[in-house]
Design a protein. Structure first.
Length: 221
């Protein structure tokens, strides 16, 4: 007799967008996923904070341009009041100010509204697991911005980084997602995640955006 298949842990998600025509269909589509429960839909940042305060939430899918309280301020407030809640930005805007503002406020992922349903679901799952996911367009803009503003070239990395961890950091700096790194190095995504966790801990790297900066400053890209 085979063992029963363990059901995936369900993630409790808040969808925030000021346009009901976007917010409601998105919530409905995400709710079809086997491991996502959309527990609230919010029209602005203040409603996000209320929804999070009223019950356990794992991830907020956050628009940026909203009335009353915008997505960047709401992300910052969540980081202060509910640091266990991950934020994935889903927005029309991919300008430097929006990207850097959201990531600096603590967003763990950043997607544009060109992202498909599966891309959004993957980003939600990754954020809940403590990982960062950036849209390719966002990665490219971030790389260009950091390369322009990087103040220190050749900055030393910790001596105890392994050669493989340096390779992983180099590929993060080039904008590759975990899957791309795995394919490039002929290793599994799970192994990539392990290397990233070790790398971040050793080098004091906060998130993927910070990793890109450190790779560029260290002259790896």
């Amino acid at each position: 007799m085979s063992e029963p298949t363990e059901k995936p842990q369900r993630l409790r998600v808040v969808v925030a967008d000021d346009q009901a025509a976007v917010r409601e269909p998105l919530a409905a589509v995400l709710g079809l996923s086997e491991d996502i429960d959309v527990v609230a839909a919010a029209a602005d940042g203040s409603e996000v904070l209320t929804a999070v305060a009223s019950g356990l939430v794992n991830v907020v899918l956050m628009d940026l341009r909203m009335p009353v309280m915008d997505g960047i301020e709401a992300t910052r407030r969540l980081g202060e009041e509910h640091p266990e809640v991950a934020v994935v930005v889903l927005t029309t805007f991919a300008d430097d100010e929006s990207i850097l503002g959201a990531l600096s406020a603590g967003a763990r992922g950043y997607l544009t509204k060109n992202a498909g349903r599966q891309d959004i679901i993957r980003a939600i799952r990754a954020a809940a697991a403590g990982q960062s996911v950036l849209d390719r367009e966002v990665q490219d803009r971030l790389l260009a911005t950091v390369r322009t503003k990087a103040p220190v070239v050749g900055q030393a990395l910790p001596e105890d980084l392994t050669p493989r961890e340096r390779e992983v950091l180099t590929l993060i700096g080039r904008g590759l997602p975990n899957r791309g790194i795995a394919e490039k190095l002929f290793i599994s995504e799970a192994t990539v995640k392990t290397h990233i966790n070790n790398l971040f801990a050793k080098a004091g790297i906060r998130d993927r955006a910070d990793a890109v900066r450190r790779a560029i400053e260290a002259g790896l890209t």
